[in-house]
Design a binder for this molecule. Structure first.
Ligand code: AHR
Length: 560
């Protein structure tokens, strides 16, 4: 997928503006410019792993306790302590996997404290997140029960930072060994006869930071040692996931791929890149370099009170994941040209200020249409890179960061981000269709020097370009084609001519997610302010599809 700039846009805008002055014409909008999409319906070769649509639930704030786990005695309807409304909502988006127990929490967690009779489990102080004391009632059995209720694969993140090799090896044995052994017998004594056969095991989390402040060289050694003892039992082949880089830490990827991706054992199945989208760090291009711009005005970090500057900043930050995947992927290609090791984006999503009045350590934030656009464009990017990106986990499922669901006692609401996951579920395990997109830029301005748009003064000169549209497409098992399109422009609709090359089109339908304002969101009083609607703004003319995308929208088209 490529979005070519329309180089002549500047000139044509001047011509039309002059015409407007001379002849009283109406204002120019992006809708009047042409955007073209070619979907190569007969050229699909790669599968979009359903695991790209994965989730992440950490012991953090009200994600696990309150959000998922209410206990068997709660008046909130539950199955063995797990909220029924949450399970139903997550099943609806076909949640493929769930990463647990962290996050930073993972490298403080000792799994044996979370098994056995609940009343005799020791407590744990959650040192990273609010310093609260947890009772360990949600442990291995409860998490794996949740995964079974959801029909999702478990992704268990082991403790490297403060745990031992033996502790992790025993956890794997406890969870996966079918024969007779001390750990398998302990599992049986705790009420579970058969192993769960968990495939995905993370070897630590963010070990460059909260997981032990390690250098890449040191972590590579730890990975090799810990990973050696994460064994496959029976027919269950485990996927070992190494702690990956944060953002653009290319050195981390280089060292890990060089030192720990191959060899006899352990093999690395995934490298776990973490990247959050926020307004704290504005990176921009100066020459060939990305610089962090701290010179502009401070942008609002509020989840719900922001203007177009913050909207744009978030879109630009989110689009940057494309560049990160390309660059980390290029390093991985040198060590792994067969693409055996997946790039897993184990934590991604928006990170705003917490909601006023809530515990800063709980990371509870609202979720607006802006978050939905970030989700839509990120998922399109992951789809388009599915040859290397095999798993991604949005942070986090309930009540934390870019959540799917927010709860308040027995009440729950679905966020705009949830709706994007629901609309995009059609891509899970479908065949990626190569696309070619030519589109106008939402921002295409000279930057640098005084008054660099849109953030104020800058130090370098360059061009600030942000494409208005972002797309991915796939074909499912039944032959249906799905195209997901984001229009990032907050106020201008866009016309898009779609050519479905190699397809015989008989029927088209669509759905759209948009709202009146960029800050619109769902609340417990008004839970349906942002929700998908039927989409009819398209015409089919002899195989060409002419679509008008509303401003600030996510659209899914189904072509049969
Ligand atoms: O998702 C919140 C935190 O962000 C995670 O615990 C950590 O891995 C990351 O820094």
């Amino acid at each position: 997928m490529a979005c070519n700039d329309f180089m002549k846009r500047g000139k044509s805008v001047i011509v039309v503006l002059l015409a407007a002055i001379l002849f009283g014409a109406v204002s120019v909008s992006a809708a009047e410019e042409s955007n073209k999409l070619v979907v190569n319906a007969d050229l699909g070769k790669l599968t979009i792993s359903r695991h790209i649509y994965g989730h992440f639930a950490e012991h953090l704030g009200r994600c696990i306790y309150d959000g998922i786990w209410v206990g068997e005695d709660s008046p909130i309807p539950n199955t063995r302590g797990i909220r029924n409304d949450i399970v139903e909502a997550l099943r609806e988006i076909k949640i493929p996997n769930l990463r647990w127990p962290g996050g930073c929490f993972a490298d403080t967690y000792h799994w044996k404290d979370g098994i056995g009779p609940k009343e005799s489990r020791p407590t744990i102080v959650n040192v990273h997140w609010g310093g609260v004391t947890e009772n360990n009632h949600f442990g291995t059995h409860e998490f794996l029960d949740l995964c079974e209720q959801l029909g999702a694969e478990a992704v268990i993140c082991g403790n490297v930072g403060s745990g031992s090799v033996q502790e992790l090896a025993q956890w794997v044995e406890y969870v996966n060994f079918d024969g007779k052994s001390p750990m398998a017998d302990l599992r049986r004594a705790n009420g579970r006869e058969k192993p769960w056969n968990v495939k995905f095991w993370g070897i630590g989390n963010e070990n460059w930071g909260c997981g032990g402040q390690m250098t890449p060289e040191h972590y590579a050694e730890e990975y090799r040692q810990f990973g050696t003892f994460v064994r496959s039992y029976g027919d269950n082949r485990v996927f070992k996931i190494a702690c990956g880089p944060s953002g653009d830490n290319y050195e981390w990827t280089e060292v890990l791929m060089r030192e720990a991706s191959g060899g006899w054992r352990p093999m690395m199945s995934g490298l776990d890149l973490h990247y959050y989208t926020n307004t704290r760090r504005l990176s921009r291009t100066r020459g060939n370099f990305r610089i962090i711009d701290r010179s502009g005005p401070r942008l609002s970090r509020s989840a719900t009170e922001f203007g177009e500057e913050e909207w744009l900043a978030m879109m630009q930050q989110a689009l940057r994941i494309d560049e990160l995947i390309i660059n980390h992927g290029a390093i991985m290609d040198r060590y792994d040209p067969e693409k055996r090791v997946g790039l897993y984006v184990g934590e991604w999503g928006t990170w705003h200020s917490v909601e006023p009045g809530t515990n800063p350590g709980f990371l509870y934030q609202q979720n607006t249409l802006r978050d939905a656009l970030v989700a839509g464009l990120s998922l399109n990017i992951f789809n388009n890179h599915c040859e290397r990106v095999r798993m991604a986990n949005i942070a986090q499922t309930i009540n934390v960061l870019q959540a799917m669901v927010l709860t308040e006692g027995e009440k729950m609401i679905l966020t705009p981000t949830y709706h994007v996951f629901e609309m995009y579920k059609v891509h899970q395990d479908a065949t990626l269709l190569p696309t070619n997109l030519q589109c106008v830029n939402y921002i295409d301005e000279e930057s640098g020097g005084e008054g660099m748009p849109p953030f104020g003064r800058g130090r370098g000169r360059g061009r600030e370009r942000t494409p208005a549209l972002n797309v991915s497409a796939s074909k499912d098992e039944s032959g249906k084609i799905h195209i997901t399109i984001c229009n990032l422009h907050p106020s201008e609709s866009a016309k898009l001519d779609c050519e479905l090359r190699g397809a015989k089109v008989e029927k088209v339908s669509g759905r759209v997610l948009t709202a009146s304002s960029i800050t619109d969101h769902n609340t417990f009083d008004k839970p349906d302010v942002v929700k998908p609607d039927a989409f009819k703004e398209f015409e089919l003319n002899g195989g060409m599809l002419a679509v008008t995308l509303p401003a600030k929208s996510v659209v899914v088209l189904e072509v049969e």
